[in-house]
Design a protein around this ligand. Structure first.
Ligand SMILES: C[S@@+](CC[C@H](N)C(=O)[O-])C[C@H]1O[C@@H](n2cnc3c(N)ncnc32)[C@H](O)[C@@H]1O
Length: 199
């Protein structure tokens, strides 16, 4: 598994934009989805747990998957007996999880997934009937969001294209809304939240 976040992991949590961005995503998810203490949730591309740790107190258990061993090392340092994310170092598209979850959350990871059809087909199987997905990522951009585009397979997403893919793989009630703007010195970048259900 390639780890494009090996170098970034050490200082990931000192990025103010990242910390605030993940909090905004967590708030937007909570507004859209009635989370409950019985839920088991999968954070796809959990990284150091910026999103997962915000959601964890509201649900029974957050599980995380990530292809970066270094990001997961940083996550493990933050686990406590009171609040812990169960994390797997696994590419779930190539090696799917057998477990089913009440919901899937994800922050800023979808643009790193090359084969979107394979991804949505996989996660559909990992979501229980009646469960949800809540995925936040970049709106369509011009390729200047990252200073280095290694491992970036999509320059953000066009809402209609993404809606079509998600519906094609069986999800219903697809909603895509702008929830944040990341201001960089050269440009502003929109962030969307996609929510959908498995009926
Ligand atoms: C931009 S970071 C976001 C991390 C975290 N969600 C956050 O908001 O801080 C993207 C994360 O997705 C992980 N990733 C990239 N491709 C992945 C894949 N195919 N499966 C699982 N994780 C992946 C990376 O290793 C990295 O930790």
């Amino acid at each position: 598994m390639q780890d494009h976040f090996k170098e970034k992991a050490q200082n990931w949590d000192s990025g103010d934009i990242r910390v605030k961005g993940a909090k905004t995503i967590a708030d937007a998810i909570e507004k859209e989805i009635p989370l409950s203490e019985h839920m088991e949730i999968l954070d796809f591309g959990v990284g150091t747990g910026l999103l997962g740790f915000s959601i964890a107190p509201k649900v029974k258990q957050v599980y995380g998957v990530d292809t970066s061993a270094k990001m997961l090392e940083k996550l493990q340092e933050k686990n406590t007996p009171q609040l812990a994310i169960k994390a797997y170092h696994q590419d779930i598209v190539k090696e799917p999880l057998k477990q089913q979850f009440d919901g899937l959350i994800s922050s800023m990871t979808l643009h790193h997934v090359e084969d979107l059809d394979a991804f949505f087909a996989t996660i559909y199987k990992n979501i229980k009937k009646g469960g949800f997905i809540a995925i936040a990522d970049l709106e369509r951009e011009d390729g200047t969001f990252h200073s280095d585009n290694t491992g970036v397979h999509h320059f953000g997403f066009d809402a209609q294209t993404l809606r079509d893919i998600v519906q094609k793989h069986g999800f219903a009630d697809v909603k895509i809304q702008n929830i944040n703007t990341i201001k960089k010195p050269h440009k502003d970048f929109g962030i969307f939240l996609l929510t959908a259900n498995k009926e």
